[in-house]
Design a binder for this molecule. Structure first.
Ligand code: PLP
Length: 378
């Protein structure tokens, strides 16, 4: 059996263990310390816009705290992009609130601004103004942030950007994660950089960051004994994990470059294949880190389905995966309101994510190309 080619696997830079060793040498084996502060500073510098970053245990935890800071309470409604990973929507349920799902537009596969406006209007008419909007930069592709932000500002609703997949992506030159009131990042094992597991919350000011750090460390009031006047969480990042993050930040730019090269590789392979579209930026306003390269297979033109291609890859021990199944089609969210048509559903039916790691070798690429060429009889 050939060795397995993964969709996206961890790719260490080399200095990660140095930072971990420092933590051991100084006995900072705790959810605070120089690596936590260092990673936050690295991210703040990288993202620009004077943002403040809180390092947390996961992207999901970051989203949960962002919703709490936006004042989301039981019975509230939160608008969320339907086409995404479940972790974008689950924290809405943690708050006892109801997700209201919105369809994507076909250019970026992200929340449709027109659909967002209709959704807000209808929810207000039905008696409830949504408390927050969760927009996702799927597979690293920036959402149409001008449209989203101007609607959100008009209705005075907080925006939370789920930039878990989009560290290194930008829209009109501004980094994803820095547009909304909050932006969330993930360093899970399959993301563009990883800390094995971890995340961060991007804040617009120090006050919000201080409050997030307070909540993430059990909401301890200022007193010599343990004193609490709010429900706290244990969501802070460990100083060991943050050490991996500091090493990974040193190589982030080269990881973005490598993922973008994988996208170019697929553009080249499929350039003469009628009926296959490689997911690409709609204009120069959008700069994707191309965390995952993805294609849409039109079975009416190709005579083949994305599922048949997935199985052909599997035969050669190569991992590929259908696009995210929209949340409004998930059994767990069957009762949640949905606004839109079948854009995201059609993408789910015909879309496939392809191996995209920054550590794929030339031999790996040859194996991938061979499967594709055989599959399309050429
Ligand atoms: C990975 C991911 C998350 C969750 O991040 P974790 O760090 O795994 O909790 C949230 N949203 C999206 C879109 C993701 O891809």
């Amino acid at each position: 059996m050939n060795t397995k080619i993964w969709l996206s696997s961890p790719h260490m830079g080399g200095n990660e263990q140095k930072y971990i060793n420092e933590a051991f040498a100084e006995n900072w084996i705790a959810p605070l310390g120089p690596n936590v502060n260092g990673l936050e500073q690295d991210l703040e510098k990288y993202l620009g816009q004077d943002v403040k970053v809180a390092a947390l245990s996961a992207g999901t935890a970051a989203l949960h705290l962002a919703l709490i800071e936006c004042g989301v309470k039981p019975g509230d409604e939160v608008i969320c992009q339907s086409m995404t990973f479940s972790a974008s929507a689950n924290p809405i349920a943690y708050c006892g609130a109801t997700p209201v799902f919105v369809d994507s537009e076909p250019e970026t596969w992200n929340m449709c601004p027109v659909g967002l406006r209709q959704t807000i209007g209808d929810r207000i008419k039905k008696g409830k103004k949504p408390k927050a909007i969760i927009v996702v930069h799927l597979y690293g592709m920036p959402a149409k942030m001008d449209g989203i932000m101007s609607i959100a500002n008009e209705f005075e609703i907080d925006v939370i950007e789920d930039a878990a997949e989009a560290l290194g992506s930008s829209y009109k030159g501004q980094m994803c994660g820095t547009f909304g009131r909050f932006g969330i990042l993930s360093f899970n094992g399959n993301k563009i950089i990883t800390t094995s597991g971890g995340g961060a919350l991007v804040c617009q000011n120090q006050e919000d960051k201080d409050q997030i750090v307070f909540l993430s460390t059990q909401a301890r009031d200022d007193a010599p004994h343990y004193q609490h006047s709010q429900i706290g969480f244990n969501y802070r990042m460990s100083n060991i994990v943050a050490g991996i993050g500091r090493g990974q930040m040193e190589v982030l730019n080269s990881r973005v470059e490598a993922r973008r090269k994988m996208h170019d590789f697929y553009v080249d392979i499929f350039k003469d294949t009628a009926g296959v579209t490689v997911f690409s930026e709609p204009s120069s306003d959008f700069y994707s880190n191309h965390w995952l390269s993805a294609i849409i297979v039109n079975p009416e033109i190709t005579g083949k389905t994305r599922e048949e291609l997935r199985l052909a890859f599997l035969e050669d021990n190569i991992e590929s995966r259908p696009l995210w199944k929209p949340m409004h089609l998930q059994p767990v969210f069957a009762d949640a309101p949905y606004y839109g048509g079948n854009t995201s559903e059609t993408f789910f039916d015909n879309g496939l994510c392809l191996p995209s790691g920054s550590n794929l070798t030339e031999d790996d690429q040859k194996r991938i190309a061979k499967v594709i060429n055989n599959f399309f009889d050429r």
